[in-house]
Design a protein around this ligand. Structure first.
Ligand SMILES: Nc1nc2c(ncn2[C@@H]2O[C@H](COP(=O)(O)OP(=O)(O)OP(=O)(O)O)[C@@H](O)[C@H]2O)c(=O)[nH]1
Ligand SMILES: [Mg+2]
Length: 339
């Protein structure tokens, strides 16, 4: 396996000399992608990338053959087969494109309805193996315990290929959607950018991006840069960002802790997940503020809304209604206003 990309000629020559199958970086990533891909769209994107690669190779083969034969006029059976192969591949690519366009429309509709629901979206992004799925599972365990459908979390590259969205239900009206994404990579081969990109589209709709970093890796700065570059490429660089330095339990770093927009945690520690949730809530819904209001006895529904959105501190029954003292996240205040 070569860590750089090989030309068709190079790969063929190396295979001949080693008498072994030779893979370059793109081949390897594609094989991992293919093994892991779950959704129809992801599988199609990968198949399309594989076919395009195969087509390029065939075109390379064609040149090779022509040169070897030195301008032989009658086309051999081999060359005819080659033309047929190319045509079949092109037809299949066209089919895939059509199917992808259909799936894209479906996703757009789903996304639109998600936006209308006005529940904020938080996206987990970051280098592969940083711990995104572990953070997601931590949230699910903490806030969604009963039917938590946990996300695949494994110590291997690209454990998650498809984006998966879950509702994180918290008290006081602070629910949000959390989306797990496929891990980012350094120098993603250009043939794969599109396949990769399609799995990251949800990030563009996020109110807040949690950029998860494995802080125990010596070269974590390279990972941060690779992720930031990708976020720029998908037009997500301007979204509010929290950098989550994860796996601090493997380092000397004190956790949980926060400095400006950097949070230090271990995703394996439920207390740290709580701490991170607090930071996320502050980003999404603002800080806690204390308020007082009088609710007339006739307006029961208003009291109900208040109870679901605010922490009630004190109630006092008076002649014309209940005087309520409560705490609420600043940006949720509009949800309890009259009328
Ligand atoms: N010690 C320690 N291990 C962690 C922590 N967070 C994640 N891990 C481990 O790191 C490995 C990768 O975690 P994942 O959550 O699958 O990583 P990911 O970012 O989702 O990876 P991809 O889906 O491949 O992009 C798993 O073996 C986790 O158990 C942490 O805070 N501390
Ligand atoms: Mg994952």
């Amino acid at each position: 396996v070569f860590s750089s990309d090989l030309s068709v000629m190079q790969a063929r020559e190396l295979e001949r000399r080693f008498d072994r199958r030779v893979l370059d970086r793109t081949d390897l990533i594609l094989h991992i992608f293919l093994e892991q891909a779950q959704s129809a769209a992801a599988r199609l994107q990968i198949e399309s990338a594989l076919l395009r690669r195969q087509l390029n190779r065939l075109i390379g083969t064609n040149v090779h053959l022509t040169r070897q034969r030195g301008g032989v006029t009658n086309r051999g059976a081999g060359e005819k087969q080659l033309q047929l192969d190319k045509r079949l591949i092109k037809t299949r690519i066209a089919q895939i494109e059509k199917e992808l366009a259909r799936l894209q429309k479906q996703r757009d509709t789903q996304r639109a309805s998600r936006l209308r629901a006005s529940v904020p979206l938080v996206a987990l992004a970051g280098y592969t193996n940083a711990g995104k799925s572990t953070v997601m599972n931590g949230f699910l365990r903490r806030f969604h315990a009963k039917d938590a459908k946990q996300v695949l979390q494994e110590n291997r590259l690209f454990a998650t290929l498809d984006t998966s969205v879950r509702l994180i239900e918290q008290p006081y009206g602070q629910s949000f959607l959390l989306v797990d994404t496929v891990g980012f990579l350094h120098d993603l081969p250009h043939e794969l950018v599109r396949a990769f990109h399609s799995t990251l589209e949800d990030i563009q709709l996020a109110t807040c991006v949690l950029h998860v970093v494995d802080a125990s890796k010596p070269n974590y700065l390279d990972d941060i840069e690779a992720t930031e570059t990708t976020l720029e490429a998908i037009d997500a660089a301007s979204i509010d960002r929290l950098v989550v330095f994860n796996q601090c339990d493997k380092t000397e770093i004190v956790h949980p802790a926060v400095h400006a927009s950097q949070v230090y945690i271990s995703a394996l520690d439920p207390g740290d997940i709580d701490f991170l949730a607090g930071q996320v809530n502050e980003r999404l819904f603002g800080e806690w503020v204390e308020r007082e209001t009088k609710i007339p006895y006739s307006d029961f529904s208003r009291y109900d809304t208040l109870r679901q959105t605010a922490r009630i501190l004190k109630t006092e029954e008076q002649e014309d209604g209940v005087l309520v003292r409560y705490q609420i996240r600043r940006r949720l205040e509009k949800n309890i206003q009259k009328g």
